[in-house]
Design a protein around this ligand. Sequence first.
Ligand code: CA
Length: 472
Amino acid sequence: MDRRNFLKFSLGSAVLGSMGGFASKDIFGGTAKKPNIIFVFCDDLGWGDLGCFGNKKVKTPNIDRLAKEGLRLTQFYVGAPVCSPSRAAYMAGRFVAETGIHYAIGSPENNAKNNSAEWLNPDYFTVTDLMKEAGYVTGHVGKWHMGHRGLEKDAPPPKEYGIDYSVTTHSTGKNLKGLTNANKADVITDEALKFIREHKDEPFYLNLWHMDPHGVLEPTDEMMEPYKHLMPNIKNHSGIMAVFYAIVTNIDKNVGRLMDELKKQGIYDNTLIIFSSDNGPSPAWGPGTSHSGAGLAGPFRGCKASIYEGGIRMPFIAWCPGRVPAGVIDRKSVVTSMDLMPTFAKMLNVSVLESISSQWDGEDRSDVLLGKPSKRTKPIFWEYRGGAWGRLIQSSPRLAMRDGDWKLLMNPDGTRVELYNLEKQPNETANVAEYETARAEKMKKQLLNWAKSLPDPDKSFGAEHNNVWTLP
Ligand SMILES: [Ca+2]
């Protein structure tokens, strides 16, 4: 038995028992067979980049239909404002700084510079481990980015994380083939449809993790057609809005293909689709993202690489006809991607060993998915060690905490203490830390205590984050 299995399963099974999931007494009150679960995770799609989240320019009819037939959350958070840690937070159900991944996994030199782990430690019990314990076949198609080839050594492949079948990029597993900067969503969805067709007769869980609208984006002329009116009147310049929206519309087209396939395979009413994004919209910051910058965080301050709302607050849709109520917009419930593991466990009636579930930072929010808004019981914490991208108004302090309607941000050295009431002031521009001193002090203590509990806390106390710009 390898180390991972020893740690995970040293007490026998990782679960105390399954009541047969939906087949017995499921959380939706039915006795139908176990629902399939598909998690569509976009890459760098902002809170404000979908029609159903208020964007008037983009055309996303299929995702809008998903929203209309399902439930939207306006206060859904991911664990980090960049790819790797956000994905790892979801998979491990942990505030991601605890897993040692602090930044997008890159070259060994960059990982060392960021004091960031080279891959998600496969000893963590993952969402896909949970699904396997619940009797599901598990798949992952699209972007992985939780460890890849050519680091100190090759990272563990997806199968080490409870995944039966994978075809991915940014990993050591089987790679996606035939990708261009126009067709990524098409190729990834092709693989997803293949997986669905192969496993339609057994309960399946699928991570369908897009690479779009992360740069580099090169939509075809046909894809650009609906956005000709957004092109600038300049020679040889297609314009970032047209380029960006063309790619978002291509994700949307592929969500339509996914829904059509579920219908064709007779599993339309027995599949839960979760739709979200790994982090906020990217500013244009280098050659690879020179088409970025058109993505929007809606009304929020922040973008990718910032733990202001725009970097971590994401669009969220849950869709499962007949089970998740249709047309609901829940503006009250604060839910995180780390909540999804305990939520799935509850939904599928799987009792996980206390030694595992006590490590989770999320909470069961199945009530929210059923259309009953609720309050969470524990605060949420974030730590982001990387530097800011783009405009400096987006550059956040390094630590953040949300408790109820209140959010406190600060640096580990005690500077830049900012307190906001998100109910009253969701755009984080009027800092009330000076007026709400008792609350600020209390939250500061809690947040610093959490930060000190992280692995190698001293390494996270770099000064780089405070020196946001050098004046001439
Ligand atoms: Ca991303």
